[in-house]
Design a protein around this ligand. Sequence first.
Ligand code: ZN
Length: 103
Amino acid sequence: MTLGGKVFRGVCVGFYCGIGSCAEYQAVGSMISNGEKEIRTIVAVFYDEKKKRYGVIPPCGKCREMIHQLSKKNWNCNVIVSGSKKVKLKDLLPYAWDGTIEK
Ligand SMILES: [Zn+2]
């Protein structure tokens, strides 16, 4: 969800040959296509085949860095990391690379 309240979604795509991407990349791509880059809250979910239910999973390290580089304002975005806990991106990425796509 962006700062303005728009919701963008993605789906994790993975193939046996190793090609694929996390859902966050698709959601961020859709955001950029719609002129957005500042995130208020992000959550990733997965379907647990054993438990037959959805669960929350924190974004991987690559996605954490990508979200940070998208906009430094995302440093303070909320990341839901479990069914009952959310943290700031800066708490998940304490030593982020200092690059950004912002000019
Ligand atoms: Zn990821």
